[in-house]
Each structure stands twice: as C-alpha cells, then as structure tokens.
Write a protein of this length. Structure first.
Lengths: 35, 93, 395
C-alpha cells in the first residue's frame, strides 16, 4: 500500500519513539569481573 | 519523572566526562558521578559533540542532521543525559 | 540507524577496549586472608617494574579505558604505589584501589579526600572483629576501621566498604550498613568465589541456599544504595533483576592484569585456562585484548548449553564462569549456587574422586594461620615452572 511522504515520516517517528531511548545508563559498579 | 528539556538553551558536556566513540555510537563516563552512559547511534554522538559549539541544543541537532520529526526522541535523550549530569546548561553563550 | 536490542547483548560480544579492569599490582600482602582470590602473600620476583607499569597506563590511556581497580595482594605496599596512582590520573585513567587499610595514614586520607579521580575500597569481612578476623587475620578488623575513620575525618565521602559475603556474615548485613553509614561510606557486598585460596574454604564458607535468599531480599530492599560489583547476577533468577548489567564481563568488557603482566579474563579466574597473554609481549596489552584467541572465544554469542531449557536463563545467564570452573562443574551448565538447585544437584552427582582445577600460581606466605581449614603449602618460592605442584586434572 502506497504511503504519502507525511505518513512515511509519521511511521518513522513512531518507530523511533517506540524504540528504547537513544541513551541508556548503567552503573559503573555493574561490571562483574572487577573487584 | 521526566523534566522538560529546553532545546533552546545552550548546553555543554561536563568537563569531567570522558567520551569514547564506539562502532555503535559512544560510551560516556563521568569521573565525578562514576556513571556510564551509552549513546546508541552515531547521530546522538554527533549532537552531543556539537552542543558546545552551538547557541542552542536545537541548533546542535540541526547541525547533526536530526530530522524534524525525530527531534522529540533526541530531546528525550538529551534530557536523560542532563539528569545524569553528563551535560549541563552553559552559563555563557 | 539506532542499535536495536539490549545493551547487554552488545557487551557480551566484547568491546574494542575494556570499560574498566582490575590490575593486581603486587602479590605481596601483609595479610593472609583464608579466601584470597589471588593466593597472595609473597611478592613475585618477576613483577612489572615502575616503568613497565607506566607503559601499561599509557596503553590504557590510548585505549580510553575509563578506570582501573588496583588490587593485589595489598597494592599500597609497593613503594611506587603513589607514583603510579598519580601517573594514571594524570593520564586520564581513573583509579579505584582495594586495600585492607594498613597504609591509610591521616596524611594519605587527606590526599585521597582531595582527589576527584581516586576512589578507595576498604575490605572487611565481618561487622565484628570475631567474624572478620577469622577470615582476614587478627587485628585486620581494627586496621580497616581505623582506615575508615581516617578517611571520614579527612572529609572523604562515599569511599567504599567492600565485604565478601560468607556463611558467617550474612547475619550482619544491617550491621555492615550501619558501619558504612557511620563513616559516610557506601556499602559494597560481593560474592565469594572458589578462586585462589577460596577453593579450600568455599564449601565451608559459601552462603547456604536460605542465606542466599535472605541476601537477595536484602539487596532488593536496599536498591542502588548498596553496590555489588554485579557479582550476584546469578541471584536475578529469584525474581526482579538486581541493579547492574547482570552478565559476566570477563574478557568482554573487563579483565585482569596481574603483577607479572599476565592478562586473565577475570581476577577470579587466575588459571592458565583463562590466561589470554602477557603485556610484555609485542603489541602489549592492546594486542592481547584485541587478538587473544581466549577472548575471541569468550566473545562468541552464548547459547546457554545445559541451562538453555531453564526458564531463568535470561536472568542468570548461567551464573559465574569462575565459580563453575573451580568447583569442577562444566562451563556450559549451572552455577554451583544456582538458585533453582541445579548446581548443587550437579555437584552431588559429580564423582568425589575427580580433582577440581587448581591455580598454577600460588604466592601464599609459607605459614598461613590455620583457622577454618588446612592450607596446603606452596611448592617452592616462585617456581619458574608454571605447572609446579599442579596435579593433572580432567577439565
């Protein structure tokens, strides 16, 4: 089914917003194998 | 609880942060807080690198080629970095 | 294009440089803790020189390793300890060091409090001297408390109080928290592994299944206030995951550099099976990290082996490689302390006659205090033959 460019842009936005954040944070103490 | 990120303010990376580019994006380590952040693509790394050279985060996003429709997602990413002290507002423009 | 999937999947495949690593600076130690993961006590004559250490730091700077956790043995007994700490921080490598506190004078405490780039971990294994000294030796509890008091008086907030959890101190969790709070420190609890001298005491000292459950509940209740070094990720199979990456970082995001420059996957895996190379070889540490065949095999995607059919595998990832190896269990099966009981079943099924792997290096002091179990003496001072005293085992 053909999409207009607006619909395509909307779909891409939805894809990005439903992804996890572009940034993820972890605790530096959370590395097993270091004292 | 997310704070509204102000795209129109000038921002900068905290001087205590070390940024390490990776094939997937980048790792950021804050020597003061000892927290590690993970940037999941090259474009968000480009935005973060551009912050200090632009009068606003919005301008930095434009310079990095962020499409208008994706701006909210990038604002959320920058907000997360601000909340963990990786970036902060610049006092001088 | 945004990287899909979880951070943990990415880290399992390995990075171009470690995020952080453990660096044991010396095998010399003023103590003889019964569970010492590195079997430390006596200095090795082949330890890296000051200059060699500085070359390693240059490499870590170039690779942008964010920080090193310096340990040993007791790292502060090296005469060049401060020179190396200063060199590291001047070269963009953060330093955290583990110590029993013996050299934390008021002057040292003041120096540490003034630096943003150096963190300290004081080791203590009992809230009372009776419990702690039984593992770490007479007077060690007092030394640790004195060090903490000095750090606190010097204004150092947030240094770490690091405890190895055992059968005898699980009942002291609240007391440990109180000690940390009293000195403005952050409590860190870590897992006992059957590594180094730990192999001799593990069966007597490791927490019981009930105690593991209490520990898990306590950790969940205390959230991010209490650190764990991600060493309890095998407990995530109980329910909600503990804070951290919840995966084995060995050879993927972290590793060990030992006092003679040997690079191992992990400080709990000091054994030739986990030896990736040596920093003195051409190409140095960078080449070992990037091209060692051991690390390449650790970075292959993990299929789970015998644990694959267990619904909890995604949480626990099959547990700790070192814990399995040194209890003689296969690496592609359950952790000896598997919360579902699969590990203890596997241990019970194993033949009592088959020997478990032993580390080939042992720098223990010649006379180790007999407390919990008898320690076999090392073969010879720093034998050149790495296999001296190592009984052949099927592994």
């Amino acid at each position: 089914m053909a999409q207009t460019s607006a619909q395509a842009a909307q779909a891409e936005t939805e894809e990005l917003t439903s992804d996890e954040l572009l940034v993820e944070e972890v605790s530096i103490d959370g590395m097993c194998g270091v004292y | 609880m997310s704070t509204e990120f102000d795209l129109d303010r000038p921002w900068r990376v905290d001087p205590r942060v070390s940024m390490r580019p990776e094939p997937f994006g980048a790792l950021l380590y804050h020597f003061g807080t000892r927290r590690l952040s993970f940037l999941k693509n090259q474009r968000v790394l480009a935005v973060v690198r551009a912050l200090d050279d632009h009068p606003s985060a919005r301008a930095a996003c434009a310079a990095a080629g962020v499409p208008q429709a994706e701006l909210p997602a990038y604002a959320r990413a920058l907000s997360a970095l601000a909340q963990s002290s990786m970036i902060s507002e610049r006092t001088r423009v | 294009m945004t990287l899909p999937g979880k951070l943990t999947d990415l880290f399992q495949l390995g990075l171009d440089a470690p995020i952080c690593l453990t660096w044991e600076l010396t095998y010399a130690c003023n103590l003889s803790c019964v569970h010492c993961l590195s079997s430390s006590g006596r200095r090795d004559p082949g330890e890296l020189t000051t200059d060699e250490c500085k070359r390693v730091i240059d490499t870590l700077e170039r690779m942008q390793v964010f920080y090193v956790n310096i340990g040993g043995g007791e790292p502060t007994v090296r005469p060049d300890f401060w020179e190396l700490v200063d060199y590291a921080t001047a070269h963009q490598v953060g330093v955290k060091f583990s110590t029993n506190g013996v050299k934390i004078t008021p002057a040292v405490a003041a120096r540490l409090a003034a630096s943003d780039y150096v963190d300290v971990q004081i080791s203590l294994d009992g809230a009372t001297a009776a419990v702690s000294d039984a593992v770490r030796g007479a007077g060690s509890h007092a030394t640790a408390l004195r060090a903490m008091s000095r750090l606190s008086d010097a204004g150092f907030r947030g240094f770490k109080l690091s405890v190895v959890m055992t059968r005898h101190n699980i009942s002291q969790l609240d007391a440990f928290k109180a000690i940390a709070d009293r000195f403005g420190a952050q409590l860190r609890l870590t897992r006992l592994r059957p590594s180094g001298r730990g192999a001799d005491v593990w069966h007597d000292l490791h927490p019981t299944a009930d105690q593991q459950r209490s520990l898990y509940d306590w950790l969940v209740a205390h959230g991010e206030q209490v650190l764990t070094g991600d060493s309890f990720f095998h407990l995530s199979a109980y329910g909600a995951a503990l804070p951290g990456l919840n995966l084995c970082g060995a050879g993927r995001v972290v590793c060990l550099i030992d006092p003679v420059g040997d690079v191992y996957a992990c400080p709990f895996a000091i054994h030739e099976n986990f030896l990736a190379g040596n920093v003195r070889s051409p190409g140095g540490f960078e080449s070992v990290w990037r091209t060692s065949s051991l690390f390449a095999s650790l970075r292959k995607p993990d299929t789970g082996g015998a644990c694959r059919s267990c619904g909890h595998y995604d949480s626990c990832r099959g547990g700790c490689m070192a814990a399995k190896f040194f209890t003689g269990l296969p690496l592609d099966g359950p952790d000896p302390e598997c919360v579902q009981g699969h590990g203890s079943a596997a241990l019970a099924a194993a033949s009592p006659a088959s020997p478990v792997p032993r580390p080939s290096v042992d720098h223990s002091h010649r006379t180790v205090p007999v407390t919990i179990s008898r320690r076999r003496p090392p073969e010879r001072d720093c034998d050149e033959n790495p296999l001296a005293g190592f009984a052949a085992s099927s592994s």
